[in-house]
Design a protein around this ligand. Sequence first.
Ligand code: ADP
Ligand code: MG
Length: 383
Amino acid sequence: MADVLLSKVRKNYNPAILKDTLRNINLDIKDGDFIVFVGPSGCGKSTLLRMIAGLEDITDGDLVINGTRMNDVPPSKRNIGMVFQSYALYPHMSVFDNMAFGLKLQHMDKKEILERVVKAADILGLEAFLERKPKALSGGQRQRVAIGRCIVQQPSVFLFDEPLSNLDAALRVKMRLEISKLHQDLNATIIYVTHDQVEAMTLADKICVLSPLKANAESNLEQFGAPLELYNHPVNLFVAGFIGSPKMNFLKGEILSIDEKSSVVKLITGERITACVDASRASVGDKVILGVRPENLVKVDSAEATGGKVTGKVIVTENLGAEFYVYMESGASEIGSDFTVKSESELAVTAGDEFTVGIPASACHLFDEAGIAFPRTEVYKRS
Ligand code: ADP
Ligand code: MG
């Protein structure tokens, strides 16, 4: 098993145009950790995985696995297994042979191959399918064979690049639970790319949020931390907007007063909201963005509406049975972005209505003009 350390890692595919894809990536991954990379398409998640696997050069910085610098070690010597979105099994080979293929190439002893394949098949629930060809398997079973092909190599690090994105929704949930179990069974270090919020929140010990690199940015690693740390304490607007679904609501305003434990913000629409944040590094009159998650909004007359209220015009409502969503337009939102309310019970509103919701002071996030979060002094818990 393995610790993986990335230190000041940079990737530039095309030095001629000086445009980096990744910059200053520092990650300290401990043996047995389940790490999830998330970020918008094109931000470099696959590139980072491929650099760890050795399929792509590292332009600058160090990749250290178990204390050894690996930058110049060929992929076959890194003891890393990778599972891709497209599982590319050999169609003419049985499940057994697909899993055994890599081991045969290494001229491994037949008995050892048999043992390893049978053990992997057992972990993955594929014993009954070993003689089948891939075309006689479901999508989920094929993906399990691809994972099996990786397990038999007994790698010290598993890399998964969006392994479930080709599967339908129900199967994804099932495979997600299986991958979680796999992690417990193998006790392996896993690095996993997904853009599924639920996969990230439930599978990860730590999530690494990447953004598309901006020209002058020091790095495009936005935050690296435990799922709830990112959910409750996003360090900036990017992470706040990326983690959580539906997305956090953002409202524009300025600081009216600053206390040690809270600040009052006047929205550009005039409403005053109290936020439990320490904004002592800011000044009265500073422009800020107030953030509040759709699931933290409350009825305006409820005792929990300690922070204030926001009024908007309802555009659409959605009733999902267990959840009810109201999408509103608020004059304080960024242009083109909705203000979303998520409720566990149906709310008596329809499109066109004016609707006012309450905000708990402890549910507020506050960001300065540069998008950097002020520390929260309290974290809202639904009573
Ligand atoms: P993600 O997996 O986060 O969607 P990728 O790592 O695939 O992102 O790509 C990151 C960026 O690097 C993209 O802008 C992509 O076009 C670019 N890129 C990826 N592979 C190559 C390559 N082989 N040559 C040049 N540019 C590449
Ligand atoms: Mg990718």
